[in-house]
Design a protein around this ligand. Structure first.
Ligand code: PLP
Length: 462
C-alpha cells in the first residue's frame, strides 16, 4: 500500500512514513494510491460486531506491512478502552428516519478522540520499533490540542507541545490541556490569536535544521492516519441501520473537511452512501464553493461553533485531487491561486464534487433555535456544532433514506452557547467532573519564533 501526494511531485511513501511525516515535501497531502474495497458480504458481516472489530476490518488493508495483525489489533483495543461508552459511537433517534451519531464519548468529549487516540498508539508502536523519538508540535483553537495531549500523555517516545492562543479557548478546553500531570506534556499559551499559532507552527516545519534536530512531527487533521480512523464510524452506524442492504445518508458539521472526507472514503470502500452533506456555520466558504461560486477566502467571523470557523479548509485539497482526476499539477496551480485569494473550479470537477457532496449553511440564530428545538422535541442537548448539522440534515433529508447526523462534541464542552439557547448549563460526565478542581500547568510564551523554538529544544526529554 503506497501513498502519493495531491501535488504530484513528492515521493510515494508507506503508511508508516506518511503517518510520521504528515505533510508531503511538495506541500501536498498524502492519499492512498488506490482505495481497497470491501465486498457487500464482508460489510454485512459487521452487523453485531464490536466497534473494535469493525475498525480492524475497515482499516487493515490501508496499513500494509507497517504493523502486524496482532500489533494493529492491540493498538485499536488500547485506543478505545478509555472511552466513556461501551458502544464507542452510539446512535440515538431524533425523528423518523433521522439519527444522531454521538462521537463525543472519548476522553476530551469531541470526535477528534477517535483518530487521535489511535494515532497515539500507532506512533508509540512504530517509534519503539525504530528506537526513535519525535517531538509533536500542534497549533489548536481548542479541540485538536486537548485530544492530542490526551492521546500522547505519558508515552515514552513522544514529547507533545501544544500552542493555543492565550485567553481565547474555552475554560473546559484549556483545563483539558493544562491539567495532565505527565512530564512529556507541554501546554504553551501564546500571546496572539489562532492564526499566529498556526503561522509559528508552519515556520517551525520550514526551518529544516530545527525540524530535523528535534524530530518534529505533525498530527493535525491533514495526517492521513487521522482521516482513516474516522472512516470506521461511518461503517458501524450505517450497518446498524441496514447497510449494505439499504442506502443511508450522512450530514457532517464541517471545518477542515477531514471528517466528511472520511465519509467519502467509506463510500469508495463500498459502503452504500446516498448523500454526503457538508454543514457549515456562517463561515460558509465550502457551501459557497459547492454551490458553484468558486473557492474565495473571506474574513473569519467568530461563531458559537468555533471549531468550524475556517477559511482555508485543508483537507478539501484531497477532494479536489479526485475531482481533477488526480492531476497533481492542476491541484498545485489551484493552491497557488488560493494564496492570492481564491480560485474557480472547472466545470468537470464541479460536476464530480456535486455528484458526491451536498451542502448547507446555518446562521447563528438558526443554530441556537435548533439547540432549543431538539431539546424540546427529543430531550437531547446538542453542542452548537452538532446543531448546525441537525438543521442542515432536516432541510436535506428525503423520505425512505435514513439520515445520520454526526454529533461532533459533547454539549458540556461549549456550555455558554448551550446555556444561552436553553437556560441549561450542561454538566460534565461524572468521570471528569473534577476537571475544575485539578491544578493547571502551562507556560506563557511570546509570539516570537526564536524564543519558541529555544523553549521547545530545552524542554523536550532528551
Ligand atoms: C474539528 C471539529 C469539527 C470540524 O471537523 P473537520 O474534520 O475539521 O471538518 C466540527 N465540530 C467539532 C466539535 C470539532 O472539534
Amino acid at each position: 500500500m503506497r501513498y502519493i501526494s495531491t501535488r504530484g511531485t513528492a515521493p510515494a511513501l508507506s503508511f508508516e512514513e506518511a503517518m510520521l511525516s504528515g505533510l508531503a515535501r511538495d506541500g501536498g497531502l498524502y492519499v492512498p494510491e488506490t482505495i481497497p474495497t470491501l465486498d457487500p458480504a464482508t460489510i454485512a458481516a459487521m452487523e453485531g460486531q464490536s466497534y473494535e472489530q469493525i475498525a480492524y476490518t475497515v482499516m487493515r488493508p490501508f496499513v500494509g506491512d507497517t504493523f502486524s495483525d496482532e500489533e494493529f489489533r492491540a493498538c485499536i483495543d488500547r485506543a478505545y478502552a478509555g472511552f466513556g461508552h461501551a458502544a464507542r459511537a452510539p446512535m440515538v433517534q431524533l425523528d423518523q428516519g433521522h439519527f444522531l451519531l454521538e462521537l463525543f464519548h472519548g476522553p476530551t468529549l469531541a470526535f477528534k478522540d477517535f483518530a487521535m487516540q489511535l494515532i497515539g498508539q500507532l506512533f508509540q508502536t512504530a517509534l519503539a520499533r525504530r528506537g526513535d523519538r519525535v517531538t509533536i508540535v500542534g497549533a489548536t483553537s481548542g479541540d485538536t490540542g486537548s485530544a492530542a495531549i490526551e492521546a500522547f500523555r505519558g508515552l515514552d517516545n513522544v514529547d507533545v507541545f501544544i500552542l493555543y492562543p492565550h485567553g481565547r479557548v474555552s475554560e473546559v478546553q484549556r483545563r483539558q490541556m493544562t491539567t495532565p500531570t505527565e512530564s512529556n506534556v507541554h501546554a504553551l499559551a501564546l500571546d496572539g490569536d489562532f492564526d499566529d499559532c498556526q503561522a509559528a507552527l508552519k515556520d517551525m516545519f520550514n526551518d529544516f535544521e530545527f525540524r530535523d534536530g528535534v524530530g518534529l512531527a505533525g498530527v493535525n487533521s491533514i495526517n492521513w492516519a487521522r482521516v482513516l480512523a474516522q472512516v470506521v464510524y461511518y461503517f458501524s452506524s450505517a450497518v446498524a441501520l441496514g447497510a449494505p442492504g439499504r442506502k443511508v445518508s450522512f450530514t457532517v458539521p464541517t471545518g477542515n473537511f477531514g471528517d466528511i472526507f472520511a465519509g467519502y472514503i467509506a463510500k469508495r470502500i463500498g459502503l452504500p452512501i446516498d448523500k454526503l452533506v457538508v454543514a457549515t456555520n456562517q463561515n460558509d466558504i465550502l457551501h459557497r464553493c459547492l454551490s458553484g461560486q468558486g473557492y474565495h477566502k473571506g474574513e473569519t467571523i467568530p461563531s458559537i461553533s468555533p471549531s468550524m470557523d475556517i477559511q482555508v479548509s485543508s483537507n478539501f485539497e484531497r477532494a479536489l485531487f479526485d475531482a481533477y482526476d488526480r492531476d497533481g499539477a492542476a491541484v498545485a496551480q489551484l493552491m497557488d491561486e488560493l494564496k492570492a485569494g481564491g480560485f474557480d473550479v472547472s466545470q468537470g470537477a464541479m460536476q464530480t464534487l456535486q455528484d458526491t457532496y451536498a451542502s448547507g449553511r446555518v446562521s447563528e440564530d438558526e443554530t441556537s433555535a435548533q439547540i432549543t428545538q431538539t431539546l424540546n422535541t427529543t430531550a437531547e442537548l446538542l453542542c452548537p456544532h452538532s446543531a448546525v448539522g441537525v438543521k442542515v440534515a432536516e432541510d436535506q433529508r428525503v423520505k425512505g433514506t435514513p439520515m445520520i447526523t454526526l454529533a461532533t462534541a459533547h454539549p458540556a464542552k461549549f456550555p455558554d452557547a448551550v446555556k444561552a439557547a436553553t437556560g441549561i448549563h450542561p454538566p460534565l460526565p461524572p468521570r471528569m467532573a473534577d476537571l475544575y478542581e485539578r491544578a493547571e500547568r502551562l507556560t506563557r510564551v511570546p509570539n516570537d519564533l526564536g524564543a519558541l523554538m529555544a523553549h521547545i529544544k530545552e524542554n523536550r526529554s532528551k
